[in-house]
Design a protein around this ligand. Structure first.
Ligand SMILES: [Zn+2]
Ligand SMILES: [Zn+2]
Length: 240
């Protein structure tokens, strides 16, 4: 109730612009995008066919068979799921989260719906994909940590943002790199500082966006090398 009143007041005092089409965002709970841009965004509902492992969108109508995209066999996590496709409102939300450590309530609701459907609620530790120390200082917060913290609080699963670290500072222009170049920059970027806190856990690894899967795959590899039993991945959005 209080949230709704705050939303209404904020939208009157500070009407914000949709980051995609520039029209006014009526509900501050929608965050960086307007209702129309949200409508254009593909949000996974459970009725579509996703790759069972990496969560890639394959086709519209669901069948009961377990399907694979055949591209993710070598990746080291167990399963990965996202709220939806990295375009329209979800890309605007991911970009917005890099600027300010706030998650609008629309994203929260979608995130918990995705978590419930994925059965990742059995996880025993929530771990965000880390930033390098240099990037953490530049930005002042880790956007994956903001998402992971909310998930941990809501589910009462313990949160650990200190054990997995990024030891190599990777350049910003990752989107412009091809798959191979991106893969090389993250291959040896991660290490586990406190293996005892990781060993034996079913880990929910959290990031803002799943692009090629290389980042979460190498995080999962190092977590498993240090004794994690399982690593499942949850992101806000997923590239197609
Ligand atoms: Zn819009
Ligand atoms: Zn796949």
């Amino acid at each position: 109730m209080l949230q709704r009143i705050t939303d209404a007041l904020l939208s009157v005092v500070y009407p914000s612009q949709c980051q995609i089409c520039s029209s006014i965002v009526d509900r501050s709970s929608d965050g960086a995008a307007c209702g129309d841009c949200w409508d254009k965004t593909r949000i996974f509902s459970g009725s579509e066919v996703l790759c069972d492992k990496c969560g890639a969108f394959l086709r519209e109508t669901k069948s009961s068979a377990i399907v694979s995209c055949h591209q993710c066999e070598d990746q080291h996590y167990d399963r990965a799921r996202a709220i939806g496709v990295y375009h329209y409102a979800l890309s605007a939300s991911v970009i917005d989260l890099k600027r300010s450590p706030h998650i609008p309530s629309k994203i929260r609701e979608l995130l918990f719906a995705t978590l419930e459907r994925s059965s990742f609620t059995d996880s025993t530790l929530v771990v965000p994909v880390p930033l390098s120390a240099k990037r953490s200082v530049e930005r002042g917060f880790n956007q994956a940590g903001v998402i992971a913290n909310i998930l941990a609080k809501e589910t009462n699963i313990p949160f650990d943002e200190l054990s997995l670290v990024r030891k190599i500072h990777t350049p910003m222009h990752r989107v412009a790199m091809d798959k191979k170049a991106r893969d090389l920059t993250v291959r040896n970027a991660f290490e586990v500082k406190r293996p005892k806190l990781i060993a034996g856990h079913d880990i929910l690894l959290v990031d803002d966006v799943f692009t090629s899967g290389a980042t979460v795959s190498y995080c999962a590899k190092v977590l498993k090398k240090n004794g994690a039993r399982k690593v499942n991945v949850l992101t806000l959005a997923r590239a197609v």
